[in-house]
Design a protein around this ligand. Structure first.
Ligand SMILES: [Cu+2]
Length: 111
């Protein structure tokens, strides 16, 4: 069975394609970066990536970067410690058509 195509108006907007860590992943080693792949290049000047533990502690992150290639992910290197526990990545950005986009990616670092 073929999946139903999304409406064209919606398909033009920036959306998250995939992420590393993936949503609801259980990792056995602490991640050293968050990578986000989008359907179109985001406006880097307004792109923000935060990583917060279940206890509400923000993990230190380096500023977001992105290679110039069309398919390059947004990369946010993690500079703070990520001990075992539950985390949420929250990201927000704006497409070059000015439409904002945001999302949350929960994951777990297992002992
Ligand atoms: Cu749009």
């Amino acid at each position: 069975m073929r999946p139903t195509a999304p409406p064209p108006s919606k398909a033009r907007h920036l959306a998250l394609v995939k992420s590393d860590p993936k949503a609801n992943d259980t990792l056995h080693t602490a991640p050293t970066a968050v990578r986000l792949w989008f359907t179109e290049p985001p406006e880097m000047a307004v792109t923000r990536v935060k990583l917060v533990s279940a206890a509400g502690t923000a993990v230190a992150m380096k500023p977001v970067t992105r290679d110039t290639s069309a398919t390059a992910p947004v990369v946010a290197a993690i500079s703070g410690p990520v001990p075992p526990g539950s985390y949420v990545v929250s990201w927000k950005t704006t497409a070059d058509d000015g439409h904002p986009a945001a999302g949350r990616i929960p994951f777990v670092v297992a002992r």
